[in-house]
Design a protein around this ligand. Structure first.
Ligand code: PLP
Length: 381
């Protein structure tokens, strides 16, 4: 077996595997984005977006990756002269901090060490000072495989009157994101994660208040312009047409499965991944109490570097998982189990991991991880 991107077992932390129905949707001749056919597609997408967010609101699709969505939101809702609170505990929290600092001043950053939960009590204390305009946080910190418990912070944000702006890029359609209950004013999703569409679209949900406070921002990502056009099933500039066609199909697939169904499957896959990891004698990188359901971050086994684990998975078993970012490069590997990932993906990945650890003399017992997965697979109907 050798690496082959067309046939690999593909469990990186996003982009994720794409269903053939979604791939086929992109194989379509050019269409006039100002014509009736494409307006019909945009109309359908608008009607389907509440399925993705589990809430109604002002929802818009931007041509650009998830970071475009972050920039669209922060550039138009943060203000110079009003305080922004940023909570970070990984690479993407740090990205939020960098973007926020372009558009807001002052910015107070509360950082936890990578892999530890964001400092909720410190954040509450800052909010009690009463001068915070907006709180920016990442719901699922992909870089360290950790879910932040933003529900625990939500009442304090609400009491303070601050806007709650949430990077939900690897959370939406992967872990619970209760927009209305937790009072999120903006949630940014990425097409390439829980939704299992191709990379290249950012999907943004805004509350009534957030929409009413949009101001300034970048020209290309002007959310007010995008929303005004979307109300007419239109987009302000030429959109990434093939990606919109794929988005509609991915949303239809999600509707067929239901959001609850996808969250439940993602959770079961995550539990099986964690149990199999423990059975191999490997440790999670993040605080296990907050381990993410969309991506599991695992410390490299003692004495086995990236080349012997992740690169061997790809070269010998055609299994793609992801390495660490920044300071975690070579120290952890990450298994994504969101979108349309399913049980066979885990079986293949852990069978290959067992082989690699076995060759290195580090496998507790053959079948030990596979047994944990099999034990958690739903019984046949
Ligand atoms: N935020 C989070 C939590 C992410 O997981 C990612 C991508 O992995 C991003 C932001 C950046 O998204 P993109 O690479 O689509 O711009």
């Amino acid at each position: 077996m050798k690496a082959d991107p067309e046939t690999s077992t593909f469990l990186i932390a996003g982009p994720v595997r794409i269903h053939p129905r979604v791939l086929r949707a992109m194989s379509f001749p050019s269409v006039n984005h100002r014509g009736d056919y494409f307006h019909g597609i945009v109309h359908e997408i608008r009607e389907l977006l509440p399925v993705l967010f589990g809430a109604k609101g002002h929802q818009v699709v931007l041509s650009g990756s998830g970071t475009a969505g972050l920039e669209a939101v922060y550039s138009s809702l943060l203000r110079k002269g009003q305080r922004t609170l940023v909570l970070t505990n990984g690479n993407f929290g740090e990205r939020t901090d960098k973007i926020a600092r372009r558009y807001a001043d002052p910015v107070t950053t509360l950082a936890a060490p990578w892999g530890q939960h964001i400092p909720v009590e410190e954040a509450k204390a800052e909010l009690e000072k009463g001068d915070v305009r907006a709180v920016c946080a990442v719901l699922n910190e992909t870089s360290v495989g950790l879910q932040n418990d933003l529900a625990a912070l939500a009442p304090a944000v609400k009491r303070s009157g601050a806007l709650f702006l949430v990077d939900g890029i690897s959370a939406v359609a992967g872990i619970p994101c209760k927009i209305e209950e937790w009072g999120f004013d903006a949630v940014i999703a990425g097409s390439q994660k829980g939704l299992a569409a191709p990379a290249g679209l950012a999907i943004v949900h805004l509350s009534d208040r957030a929409r009413s406070e949009l101001q300034g921002g970048t020209f290309y990502l002007d959310l007010a312009a995008h929303l005004a056009n979307l109300d007419k099933d239109d987009t302000p500039w030429t959109p990434a047409i093939p990606l919109f066609l794929a988005l509609r199909e991915a949303l239809l697939l999600l509707k067929e499965e239901t959001l609850e169904g996808r969250l439940a499957r993602t959770h079961q896959l995550a539990e099986a991944t964690r149990a199999a990891t423990a059975a191999l004698g490997l440790a999670l990188f993040p605080d296990p109490a907050h381990a993410s359901d969309t991506v599991t971050a695992i410390r490299n086994p003692d004495g086995l570097d990236d080349a012997r684990v992740r690169k061997a998975l790809l070269a010998r078993y055609n299994v793609a998982v992801q390495g660490g970012q920044g300071a975690l490069t070579g120290k952890i590997f990450r298994i994504g189990h969101m979108g349309i990932a399913d049980w066979p993906d885990l079986l293949v990945t852990f069978a290959a991991l067992e082989r690699i650890l076995g060759h290195a003399g580090k496998l507790p017992r053959p079948g030990v991880a596979l047994g944990e997965i099999a034990a958690r697979m739903p019984a046949p109907a």
